[in-house]
Design a protein around this ligand. Structure first.
Ligand code: HEC
Ligand code: HEC
Ligand code: HEC
Length: 431
């Protein structure tokens, strides 16, 4: 008996050792104990430098700090915006200088640590906060962000309790996520590339966290599952953020792409949904040089590693709905988008070659037809045109007929949709 037990443990021991070894290695890869050592030193008041504060405001806009840390109609940076995830709801926190509920008693060291490591005095932070991207920020930028947040009006707004399922409700569980996913990297400029390209990569990867939406999430909300900036569905919100690379963006020149980022509209399409919000509150403030830098970098991304799987043009004959589709399109859509699908320059986007129409993921096109859309109001596009919602006027079959017509016209060749695709939209959270 004893001997058998001995053999059992002898056999088990190496397995346990291997598991402990792998666990230890993963723990070290998320930087071991260092992220948990949150510096808690007294905040010192430093003299306010107006230029640094102004620079911080700029960075905060491009980094979307205000979008995520403000509720609709609520006080700026007071937190409380809800983020629906597959595991429940996480609320953002108060970033104003309030002593009790905000960052009032935070030192610069603590702020730097939190942006780099995603661990604060409250414990591990949920990856709804893009700290993996922000870990690439340079010190001067983090310091400017802090100076700016120090200058916004103080608001007493205690954090709202998150509503998450177990085990995600325990902050300790995030350690497991970190062990598999959190691999912080410093931003290292590529000497072989131009200054504009490097600036663009910094804006895209660090501050702008574009991959946060423009990549597919894998198991446990890890990023990226499909390839870097290869496009992806934003969980729960039900919007599709297309791939950002030279293939997907081929219809834009660098100048046109830079204009799209700042204006929210262009001859090749308008920004809508979450992208309209990103442009409205952030990218429209990009300096002309930073917009060109971002476009230069995006247009340099080659897709050898990123097959644009979402653009799947399939040969398919028009099927029996085509007649209805044509008549319904001319009645409901052609006034704005044109009989030829070319739209009206900078007013109504073209549907010919539009990503939302070509994408095998029909979410964006369906959503716009059902619920409408407004391009962002920007300095370069002060009076944006909008698209009316059709959910009340058109049946699911009509919507499918119109979209299948559009998906097969003017050289577009996308696989047909079915009414089930429309029904699936009904579970989507509208914001
Ligand atoms: C995509 C949304 C999003 C963006 C963008 C974002 N945050 Fe947050 N942030 C959150 C959420 C949600 C939390 C709360 C996470 C949690 O409770 O685990 C958070 C937490 C934080 C915390 C920790 C606060 C605490 O008390 O523990 C700080 C500091 C912070 N964010 C600063 C920033 C700054 C600065 C920016 C811009 C550079 C920014 N955030 C951009 C969503 C966001
Ligand atoms: C909150 C999520 C989110 C973030 C963050 C985000 N995007 Fe988007 N983006 C979207 C969605 C959704 C779309 C599809 C709707 C549209 O075309 O406007 C989109 C569309 C775009 C398009 C149009 C692509 C095309 O082929 O028509 C470009 C270009 C773009 N984003 C660039 C960026 C850049 C650059 C960043 C980072 C600085 C960024 N986005 C950050 C969600 C996001
Ligand atoms: C009153 C003018 C108007 C009408 C009518 C209209 N649209 Fe639109 N459409 C727009 C505008 C403006 C946008 C850009 C919306 C935004 O940026 O939020 C748009 C955007 C779109 C897009 C996204 C294009 C892209 O760049 O990816 C699709 C798809 C679309 N419309 C399809 C339709 C269909 C199908 C119909 C008819 C059922 C229709 N529209 C009727 C004005 C209109």
């Amino acid at each position: 008996m004893k001997l058998r037990r001995g053999i059992f443990f002898a056999a088990l021991a190496p397995i346990v050792l291997i598991l402990v070894g792998i666990g230890g290695l993963l723990f070290l890869l998320q930087r071991g104990f260092a992220p948990m050592q949150v510096p808690r030193i007294a905040a010192v008041t430093t003299p306010i430098n107006a230029d640094v504060v102004e620079h911080g405001r700029y960075l905060s806009r491009i980094g979307n700090c205000g979008i995520c840390h403000t509720t609709r109609g609520g006080a700026a940076f007071a937190g409380g915006r809800a983020f629906d995830t597959p595991y429940g709801t996480v609320y953002s926190t108060n970033l104003t200088p309030d002593q009790r509920t905000g960052l009032g008693d935070w030192s610069l060291e603590e702020f730097r640590h939190v942006l780099r490591n995603g661990v604060s005095r409250h414990g591990f932070l949920y990856p709804v906060f893009p700290f993996e991207n922000f870990s690439k920020l340079v010190d001067a930028d983090i310091d400017a962000l802090f100076a700016y947040l120090r200058s916004v009006p103080s608001v007493d707004a205690p954090a709202r309790a998150n509503a998450l399922e177990f085990p995600e409700s325990r902050r300790g569980a995030i350690l497991l996520w970190r062990m598999f996913n959190y691999r912080p990297q410093k931003f290292i400029a590529d000497a072989a590339q131009s200054a504009a390209w490097n600036r663009g990569r910094y804006l895209v990867d660090a501050l702008g966290h574009c991959a946060f939406c423009h990549s597919t999430r894998g198991p446990l909300a890890s990023l990226p599952a499909s390839g870097y900036l290869a496009g992806g569905v934003i969980p729960v919100q039900g919007w599709y953020a297309p791939a950002l690379d030279d293939t997907s963006l081929t219809r834009f020149s660098i100048d046109e792409l830079a204009e799209f980022l700042r204006a929210g509209t262009s001859t090749h399409g308008a920004a809508y949904g979450p992208m309209a919000e990103v442009v409205l509150n952030g990218l429209q403030y990009l300096t002309a040089e930073d917009a060109i830098a971002t476009a230069t970098y995006l247009k340099s991304i080659r897709v050898a590693k990123n097959p644009p799987a979402e653009i799947r043009k399939t040969e398919h004959d028009l099927g029996m709905n085509a007649g209805d589709g044509l008549a319904l399109y001319e009645k409901n859509c052609a006034d704005c988008h044109g009989k030829d699908g070319r739209g009206k320059e900078n007013i109504y986007p073209p549907l010919r070659d539009a990503v939302s129409v070509l994408a095998s993921d029909p979410t964006n096109a369906l959503r716009l037809v059902l619920y409408g859309g407004v391009a962002p109001t920007t300095e370069l596009n002060p009076r944006p045109y909008s698209m009316p919602p059709f959910a009340q006027q058109l049946s699911s079959t009509d919507v499918v007929a119109i979209l299948n017509y559009v998906r097969q016209q003017w050289g577009n060749r996308s696989a047909p949709l079915t009414p089930a695709d429309v029904v699936r939209m009904q579970g989507i959270v509208l914001d």
